[in-house]
Design a protein around this ligand. Structure first.
Ligand code: GDP
Ligand code: MG
Length: 330
């Protein structure tokens, strides 16, 4: 049967310097294991693992990380440092406590850092995430609850983070000397840790998981980049095709125009030639009419002359008329 609780609990503290990570670690361990200072600037330079015992007798390991959120994010160095941190917790991490302070506003850098963490660890990191708010004493002074605080100070990015970690929140007053209060705030946190343990099938966050999730994240990022590249190439191809089509259309229009103007020149010269030929033909026809008429006239004249000649011949052939009696007497 699967365990409902880890035998030993390992917690990692992350968050901006000054939010109270070390102080929270000390509260959980119930001793001054980590240096917690007022001074600004990164106090914890190296990840540090300290051990203690919980109220129910289980061992607890607390990993205080240097302000992961203070790193120049996005470099390979960060993921190396994170891997080293996780390595410190040899049996893996049961919960990652993102420490925020009610004494300072949730900054954009923090929202960004969470996205970076998700990018580095993979979105699965949120399955291990608990948001710990420090400065409960400040709220107590104002007689306000965490809900009152969130109702008044919950920018969109924080709302998104809360949603991602299924609203697992814990409130710590690291200043209180009240033993009962100190114990109850640890208990409430550990209830959430045990819940995460069951929800994640008893699997702590290990370096192997980190590395495989990182691989998966890298693979997904590569796929996304490739898809983006492909989309870009497709867009570029479409743009080039459009450009080519436009150039082709313009060329076609130019060629058509040239052909049309040449054709219209040819047509008008052909029309001109046709008109000239027609004129020549008409001239020839009328010329031949005239020649025909002249020939006919000449024939008529010849015929006339001929018949006159015939008549003359006829007349000449006729015998001369008989002389009158009077002439015979002579
Ligand atoms: N009033 C109040 N101050 C706190 C609380 N937790 C931490 N601090 C103070 O916040 C400052 C930074 O705390 P520290 O643990 O060094 O923060 P870290 O840089 O995140 O490790 C210190 O002066 C702490 O005393 C808290 O619950 N209430
Ligand atoms: Mg610290």
């Amino acid at each position: 049967m699967a365990l409902s609780k880890p035998n030993e609990v390992t917690l990692a503290l992350v968050g901006r310097t000054g939010n109270g990570k070390s102080a929270t670690g000390n509260s959980i361990l119930q001793r001054n294991a980590f240096k917690s200072k007022v001074a600004s600037g990164s106090i914890t330079k190296k990840a540090e693992l300290q051990q203690g015992v919980l109220g129910d007798g289980r061992g607890v390991n607390v990993l205080d990380t240097p302000g992961l959120f203070d790193f120049a994010v996005g470099s390979d160095n960060v993921s190396k440092k994170i891997a080293n941190c996780i390595n410190l917790a040899k049996d893996g991490i049961h919960a990652i406590l993102l420490v925020l302070s009610v004494r300072s506003r949730f900054t954009e850098e923090e929202a960004e850092a969470i996205q970076v963490l998700r990018g580095l660890f993979g979105p699965k990191i949120t399955d291990y995430l608990i948001i710990v708010f420090t400065g409960a004493d400040v709220l107590e002074d104002d007689e306000a609850t965490l809900q009152d605080y969130l109702d008044a100070n919950c920018p969109q990015p924080l709302q998104e983070v809360l949603q991602l970690c299924k609203h697992r929140t814990a409130l710590f007053n690291n200043k209180t000397k009240n033993a009962k209060k100190r114990a109850s705030q640890i208990n409430e946190l550990i209830i959430l840790v045990d819940k995460i343990f069951t929800e994640n099938g008893g699997k702590p966050y290990t370096n192997e998981l980190f590395l495989s999730l990182q691989e998966e994240t890298k693979r997904q990022r590569k796929m996304k980049e490739e898809a983006e590249l492909q989309a870009l190439a497709k867009k570029e191809t479409a743009r080039l095709q459009e450009q080519m089509q436009k150039a082709y259309d313009a060329q076609l229009a130019r060629v058509t125009e040239t052909i049309e103007s040449k054709l219209s020149g040819t047509i008008s010269s052909l029309e001109r030639e046709l008109a000239e030929t027609r004129q020549a033909h008409q001239n020839a026809v009328s010329h031949s009419h005239m020649a025909h008429q002249q020939a006919m006239n000449e024939i008529h004249a010849l015929q006339h002359n001929l018949s006159a000649a015939h008549q003359e011949i006829e007349r000449l052939r006729r015998p001369p008329p008989r002389p009158h009696r009077l002439c015979a007497i002579m």
